[in-house]
Design a protein around this ligand. Structure first.
Ligand SMILES: Nc1ncnc2c1ncn2[C@@H]1O[C@H](COP(=O)(O)OP(=O)(O)OP(=O)(O)O)[C@@H](O)[C@H]1O
Ligand SMILES: O=c1[nH]c(=O)c2[nH+]cn([C@@H]3O[C@H](COP(=O)(O)O)[C@@H](O)[C@H]3O)c2[nH]1
Ligand SMILES: NC(=O)CC[C@H](N)C(=O)O
Ligand SMILES: [Mg+2]
Length: 518
């Protein structure tokens, strides 16, 4: 089944969380994609959007060189919702006024309903908490519109022109700190824009299976399979589209955790029945990483070596046919963090996106590229994958290679693998697996500290525990683990892992820290 309506396009004016808006729209069962603010009106209309949402952004709409909106957009007959910067931009395009009022609002803010509150706010509490982050304000609403909400710093915190299907809000309805935000978004989508719902997990599956079948035709594909959630779901989708013309390739790069290879070769194959080839590439990766300490360099090397291994697998499979396509379980956050959105910063080059070599010969098949993890998990369940696979905690493709701070060597990998196995065993025994999104265990190989063990002096390395809670890995908080569990992990690691004499806990949220240390 095709997507029931054109997408809701989120125009990104440099917002921190444009993708969060798209995700909330999808939660309202409408397909949504982020597009750069530089997209022309023609490019936008070519996607046949059922509505456009203008995101927030760091600039001031009246500043020279600030990202602008083509005035033709408001003549195109497409419903528009402006948020924050987008609200200011839309108000201005329709003849309103935006100024710095000197009253700035950051964080939780009291928003008051004005009059009946219009379509977006009718029936909501007279005073509601909403999350604001602005210096500028709309001081005069556009002609023909009604003001629906107001705050101390934003006289026009909401306006609507229902006839022309335009609305704006100064606050951020997409963040969890705006308790009525999702309701306001739904009302814009259904009551002002009149979009049709129907973007559900089963429609994603049907849609993607059809797309993959069309892309691959009667060709063959290799799928990089790690035993993780994303590649499992990608493989299941592609298998549904092309059957046994799919061969999965699991790369043992020596940067895996204890037990991982058996888990993939035995449990995964038993659960899914995929064709699986394992490649032992431990030496190849270790050699390529020798002497390298820079995280970005490590990521690029690992990304390149993965592809070289897939190329070798393709040559080995030649007898069966031509494997021109490479399936990867790439998700939206991998793309965004690799700097894949226009104007978005490169935070780290995920091996499967920013780490790909320039001479890549395969045509990529990435059916999950626009989805977040929780959406992927729902797709996996819809495809009939077992909970044990779908609910697994994420583990990055570069594996322990980006959890050794310093050069990656065989000995250091062994040390980290032992410490990691202990931490995982204790967290599982304490029943904490579902509560934790993932818990990187990091070896500070370039740091030493003095210890005293068995009445003797030691000069060993610290291990960092980084348990985090998250919804989609875009933001995260450190998990408050019980002290008894931390104590058990610390005691066991320092007793059982010879190079380690100290265990420390990372209590940083994301932002400012990322989940992994490199
Ligand atoms: N050891 C591996 N062998 C083959 N392919 C891999 C391996 N590790 C990662 N990949 C490929 O890189 C992609 C991205 O890795 P990533 O870790 O983000 O996803 P995943 O392992 O499938 O899921 P999860 O995020 O749950 O760990 C995978 O979907 C897979 O295609
Ligand atoms: O397959 C991957 N290849 C990579 O290069 C990579 N880098 C980070 N991660 C995982 O992505 C999520 C976000 O991680 P960060 O907060 O460290 O950016 C977390 O789940 C990380 O484990 C990766 N996964
Ligand atoms: N978060 C935003 O979109 C801010 C918009 C604009 N830069 C302001 O300060 O008002
Ligand atoms: Mg993984």
């Amino acid at each position: 089944m095709a997507t029931p309506t054109g997408p809701v396009l989120v125009m990104d004016f440099g917002a921190q969380y444009a993708q969060l808006i798209a995700r909330r729209v999808r939660e309202a069962q409408v397909f949504s994609e982020v597009v750069p603010s530089s997209a022309t009106v023609e490019e936008l209309l070519a996607k046949n959007p059922s509505a456009i949402i203008l995101s927030g952004g760091p600039s001031s709409v009246y500043a020279e060189g600030a990202p602008a909106m083509d005035p033709k957009l408001v003549e195109a007959g497409v419903p528009i919702l402006g948020i924050c910067y987008g609200h200011q931009l839309l108000a201005r395009a329709l003849g309103g006024v935006v100024e710095p009022t000197g009253v700035r609002e950051f964080g939780r803010t009291d928003v008051r309903i004005v009059g009946e509150g219009g379509v977006l706010h009718t029936g909501l509490p007279d005073h509601q908490t909403a999350w604001m982050s602005h210096n500028d304000s709309v001081t005069k609403a556009p002609e023909g519109s009604v003001v629906t909400a107001s705050s101390d710093g934003a006289e026009v915190a909401g306006f609507e022109d229902v006839e022309r299907r335009f609305a704006g809000v100064q606050y951020h309805p997409e963040v969890a700190h705006s308790p009525h935000g999702q309701e306001v978004l739904r009302r814009f989508l259904y009551e002002i824009a009149g979009v049709q719902s129907g973007w559900t997990t089963s429609s994603i599956v049907d849609d993607q299976v059809a797309k993959v079948a069309a892309q691959i035709g009667d060709g063959r594909a290799i799928c990089g399979l790690s035993g993780g959630v994303d590649s499992a779901v990608a493989a299941a989708l592609v298998q549904r589209a092309i059957g046994d013309r799919l061969t999965c390739v699991f790369v043992d790069h020596g940067l895996l955790r204890a037990g991982e290879r058996t888990q993939v070769e035995r449990d995964f194959v038993a659960a899914t029945g995929v064709n699986l080839v394992t490649v032992d590439a431990r030496e190849r990766f270790l050699n390529a990483l020798a002497g390298v300490t820079d995280p970005e360099q490590k990521r690029k090397i690992i990304g390149r070596e993965f592809i070289r291994v897939f190329e070798q697998a393709e040559r080995d499979l030649k007898a069966q046919g031509d494997y021109r396509f490479l399936v990867q379980g790439t998700l939206y956050p991998d793309v965004v963090e690799s700097g894949g959105g226009e104007g978005t910063a490169n935070i780290k080059s995920h091996h499967n996106v920013g780490g790909l070599p320039d001479d890549l010969q395969f045509e990529l098949v990435e059916p999950l590229r626009l989805l977040f993890k929780d959406e992927v998990r729902r797709v996996g369940l819809e495809l009939g994958l077992p909970e044990t696979i779908v609910q697994r905690q994420p583990f990055p493709g570069p594996g322990l290679g980006i959890r050794i701070i310093g050069e990656v060597t065989a000995d250091r990998l062994e040390t980290l693998r032992e410490a990691d196995a202990i931490a995982r065993e204790e967290l599982t025994a304490a029943g904490l697996d579902q509560e934790i999104w993932q818990c990187p265990v990091v070896l500070l190989a370039d740091v030493r500290s003095v210890g005293v063990q068995g009445d003797g002096r030691t000069y060993g390395h610290p291990i960092v525990l980084r348990p985090v809670s998250s919804e989609d890995a875009m933001t995260a908080d450190w998990t408050r683990l019980p002290y008894e569990v931390l104590e058990r992990i610390s005691t066991r690691i320092t007793n059982e892992v010879s190079e380690v004499n100290r265990v420390v806990l990372d209590v940083t949220s994301k932002p400012p820290g990322t989940i992994e240390w490199e």
